[in-house]
Write a protein that binds this ligand. Sequence first.
Ligand code: NAD
Ligand code: ZN
Length: 359
Amino acid sequence: MINNSKNVQRYMFGMGAIENLKVVLNDLECSNKYVIYFIDSYFKNLDLINKLPINEMDEIFFVQTKDEPKTEFINNFRDALFKKNKQNPKAIVSIGGGCTLDTGKAVANLLTNDGDAEDYQGWDLVKNRAVYKIGVPTISGTGAEASRTCVMTNPKNGLKLGMNSDFTIYDQLILDPDLTKSVPREQYFFTGMDTYLHCIESLNGNYRNAIGDAYSHQAISLCREVFNRDDMMSDKNREKLMVASYLGGCAIANSYVGIIHPFSAGLSVVLDTHHCIGNCITMNAMEEFYPKEYIEFMQMAQKQNINIPKGIASNLDDAAYKKLYGATVIHEKPLSNALGDDYRNILTLEKVTEIFKRM
Ligand code: NAD
Ligand code: ZN
C-alpha cells in the first residue's frame, strides 16, 4: 500500500519560467521580507544572477559542488544565518543541481528544528514544518526537485543518508529547461542517467506498486527518447529530460532503488566518487543483475559518445575492499528490494570485492 504520499505543491514549467520567480516571491504572505538564496557556485559571475529579483535584505550563499553535501556544511549555513539574525526568512530559493537543491532542503528543515543536520538523517525524524522553499533545478536527473529526501554524508560515522520527511519536499518548483543549456555534455549524461537507473532499479525490485511503476515507465520512456537521439541536448530533449527527472523523483518516493545505488554509495563514501558518475561506473559491473538494461545503458552511452571511466576500484588493498563492502551492504532496504532479505548470503565480501574489481 502507498502510505499517504505527498508531492510538490506547485510547479511552473517552460523555457524562461525563471522570470516568474519575482511574482512567486511577491505573492508569498509573510511578515518577514527577506529571502535566502542557495545558488550553485557555477553561476557566481554569470548573467543569471542579474536576472534574479534579489533585494538588499536578502542573503546569497554560493554552494560549491566539488564535495557533495556534508552534515557539517548544512550546520555551518544554519550558524551563519543565526549569526546574522536571518533565521526566519520568507523563503529559501535553491538554484542548481542535486547538491544545491539538497542543501536548500536541509537548511530549511534545520531553521525550524533544533539540533544538527546529523540528528535528522533517517526516516520521519523532522518534527516541525520547514521554511517555505522554492527549487529551481539547473541540471536534470537526480529527481531531488521532487523527492522527500536531501542526501548528506556525515564523515564522522560514514553515514550517507538524507532527512526523509514530507517536510523536505519543495513547496514550489520552477522548472526552466533553458537553465540546463550550459551543462557540460558528460555531466548531462551522467546526471540524466540517474533517472533511468532509479527507475530500472525500482521496476526490477520486489516492493513495487502501480503508481511507482507508472512514474518509472514514463520516465524511462522519456530517457530513451532523449538518449537515443543525435542531439540529446536540443531544446526539446532538455525539456523532456527535465520532465523525466521530475517523474523519476516521484517514482522513487513510491518505491526503492536496487543494487546499483548501494554500490555507488560505497564508491562515494570510500573514494569520494560523485553520485551520478558513480552510478555509471557501477553499471560497468551490473550485467549479471540487470542484463537487458546493461545493454541498453551501454548503447546509449555509445550513441552519445560518453566515456564511462573504468578500473577505479580494480587495484585496491584488502582494507579498502572491506570498507567498500561495509559501505555497500549497509543499504538494507534497496538490497533486500532487489535480492530478498537474505541478500548478505549473495553479496559476500568476496562477491562484493569481485564486483568492485570489475567496474
Ligand atoms: P551537482 O549539484 O552535483 O552538480 C554537478 C555539476 O554540474 C557541478 O559541477 C555543477 O556546478 C554543474 N552544473 C549544474 N548546473 C549547471 C548548469 N546549468 N550549467 C553548467 N554546469 C552546471 O548535480 P547533480 O548530479 O544533479 O546532483 C548530485 C547530488 O544529488 C549528489 O549529492 C546526490 O547525492 C544528490 N541526489 C539527491 C537525490 C534526492 O532525492 N535528494 C537523489 C539523487 C541524488
Ligand atoms: Zn540516484
